[in-house]
Design a binder for this molecule. Sequence first.
Ligand SMILES: [Zn+2]
Length: 179
Amino acid sequence: MLEVFAIIGLCKVNKRNAIANGRRPGGYIALTIVLWIVMEFIGAIVGTVVAAVSRGGDMSDESGIKLVGILFAYGFAGIGALISFLCAKFAPKGNYVDPSLQATPQYGQSPIYGNSSTPAYMASNQPAQPQEFVHVENPYQPAPVQQSVQYCEFCGQTLKPGSKFCSSCGTKVDIPVGE
Ligand SMILES: [Zn+2]
């Protein structure tokens, strides 16, 4: 189980190094895991063979052969880990930028909050402003109806909505009421 944490830790290091070099980290993480496991597997075989050969093919010392196999497995895994580390550390420079780094405080460039330099916490409050205006405007909405009340230019009689002529004196209304 300890080994799993070691692999995860190495993956994080290699990911960081890959991103620092402008490389997409996915391949380097896969390389880290594959190299580690494959090299560990090869090391176990090589260690077992070496231990068996050194004993003249005598497999009776089972625990001793097993121990050599495990030691070789860890040794080879370490070499695999080093290779993956060097690959990520000295990866050719690319132009990849980690999405999580793009999303952080660059408010001005973030497409989410438009082209303003408004911080995220203020941008999230902005929808409240139009709502306030709606509430303010509502009481004034009957106002156009009141303004549409017109008076005859000639006699001053109140004109009915939609009328084209004064009901009192018959003078033509230039702008029909209510339109
Ligand atoms: Zn009139």
